[in-house]
Every structure is written in C-alpha cells, then in structure tokens.
Unconditional design. Structure first.
Length: 47
C-alpha cells in the first residue's frame, strides 16, 4: 500500500517525461502522460 502523502517514494513514475515524480502528489490533468519505472528513473537532458 502507498502512503498517499509523498513520504514513502513507492509511487515514483515518469510524468510527462520527468522521472521520479511522486504520483500521489501530482494532480491528474487531461493529456498527462504517466509511465511506470523500476527504481530511480533517469532524465536524458542535454547539458
């Protein structure tokens, strides 16, 4: 079970291309793309 308050980090997912989002704290909006991830995600950002 998830905590629902962002304390446990068990709900980490990639939201709109941003990894490691605590989905229990991200408001759902039409068009939002949520994908599951295993472990810590990695942002592929050009530096």
């Amino acid at each position: 079970a998830f905590c629902g308050i962002g304390a446990c980090f068990d709900c980490l997912a990639t939201v709109d291309g941003r990894p490691n989002q605590r989905t229990c704290l991200v408001p759902a909006e039409p068009g939002t793309v949520v994908t599951t991830q295993e472990g810590h995600g990695r942002a592929d950002l050009a530096v």
